[in-house]
Design a protein around this ligand. Sequence first.
Ligand SMILES: [Zn+2]
Length: 284
Amino acid sequence: MGALITRFAPSPTGFLHLGHAASALLARGYARAAGGQFLLRLEDIDAGRCRAEFAAAIIEDLSWLGLDWDGPVRVQSAHVQDYRDCLARLQAMGVIYPCFCSRRDSAAAVGAPQGDAPPPYPGRCRTLGAEDVAARMAAGRAFAWRLDQARARAMVDRRLGWHEVGVGWAEAAPERLGDVVLGRKDAPVSYFLAATHDDAVQQVNLVVRGEDLRAATAVQVLLQALLGWPRPDYRHHALMRDGAGRRLAKRDGDVALRDWRAAGYLPSDVRKRLPEWHSMVTLA
Ligand SMILES: [Zn+2]
């Protein structure tokens, strides 16, 4: 492995809170401890949920906290064609198929999976005939591209998993999420594919993020194997919770970094409220 490269990759769908700051601080801590790089990426593919004001706020809040990053900020919406090309590659490999089920069925699957995941898609459109698909497409029916887990897994004839820093080998079971959505008309590519693609092109070799994304990692290492991309190491950290044990969410305004700032707190005050994660940087 060359120099360590980590990243913080929020979606501009709300204001950053303490949990985000802690995650960014940990990722940055790994990079700084190893003399590597810490990158910032804005995952703003889902135009319906992302806002420019939140993107600007992310930059501002991180800067205020002193969480500086290396190089330019990568903005995913500027690379849509690259993601479409990835989908085309997967289509040529025969591992994705169009799903015409209602948007409601697939809407929850396009963003980063969080909280209570919907039950896996039952695969209704996996067996549609070519004529049927062509007719529906000719009629302008909206569809999503879904990963054919069974076919994809069959093409990767080796153990699937990743190195979890501090733990060791983690076995991947991507089939647990079912045939996930990789692309959609209104969101050209899903979190699974865009984040994996960007980690590869940005040469990120340690992904530090919350444990809520562990299930997504299983799908992402499958995509890496299919597309011939290097597999980073991963460090899934615990999520920050409030006094009642609930995980912090962007909707909880009282923990937003800018509210702390507006209330007159200094960056050093906020940092003191973060878990002692900077001392948990281990490169095992
Ligand atoms: Zn379907």
